[in-house]
Design a protein around this ligand. Sequence first.
Ligand code: GLN
Length: 308
Amino acid sequence: TTTSSATFLPVLERIAEEISHTPGRGRPADYIPVLAARDPRSFGMAVAEPDGTVYGVGDWREPFSAQSITKVFTLALDLAREGDELWEHVGREPSGNPFNSLVQLEYENGIPRNPFINAGALVVTDRLQTRTGDAAGVLLDFLRAESGNPALDFDTEVAASETAHGDRNAALAHFMASYGNIDNDIPVLLDQYFRQCSIAASCADLALATGFLARHGIRADGSRLLSRSQAKQVNAIMLTCGTYDAAGNFAYRVGLPGKSGVGGGIIAVVPGRCTLCVWSPGLDERGNSVAGVAALDRFTTLTGLSIF
Ligand code: GLN
């Protein structure tokens, strides 16, 4: 971290100051007790430059539950291995329904709308599990390498709590299995998926780990994970599906590929320029961080950076 290349630090400082005066932060996720206990006043925001420089404001080094943000990385890791065959098992259209919805699966023969709703993420994790034998482990290794933080790990308390309250995800997995769209035994798949969701990481870690999407598919060590075209595809799906049934509003307000999680984090990509991660645990009714969306909205307004 060097101050001279911390180009956007004054902008981040201004945003943190504005956010600190904004009332109405939403409510932390309450489907598992560990998430409900987080303080909605927490706020952190980090920017990572393509060269690996990272800086931030507020609680930007505080680990939080990455949750659905991890769906971006499992998608990239699976696409890198199987390529377009994946799209025979999961679609690429926004769902317009909540992230944990079951309804479209019956009309669409067990093929989920996109990889970022829970049903689609279960399919991606299932396929990565078949290819690697340890989807969550491959994901964790990738996040450690890209963030440069070997201390990143699963949160066993969160994973156990997800399992204890996992009926809905189990229902999604069983329903898709009835259409032949799940390979692995359901308990194996759910264990992989819940451990994936439980990974604890900070804004700094996740902004750095997202860097390959700003570098058009190139990893932190210079090797290629995705083709330039595949990196564009992942960014496009983040724009259209990354914030569930609020993706239209997110594109309207922020104008960047983004992916949220119910832990209150959101990652965003300015292709070719930088990546961001913002965290604040209070969510709106669609499951997106209220202060997180507001902060990214201010970032693109103040800097003029967006993909449009
Ligand atoms: N673990 C959560 C679930 O599967 C992840 C959802 C999310 O972050 N939107 O319900």
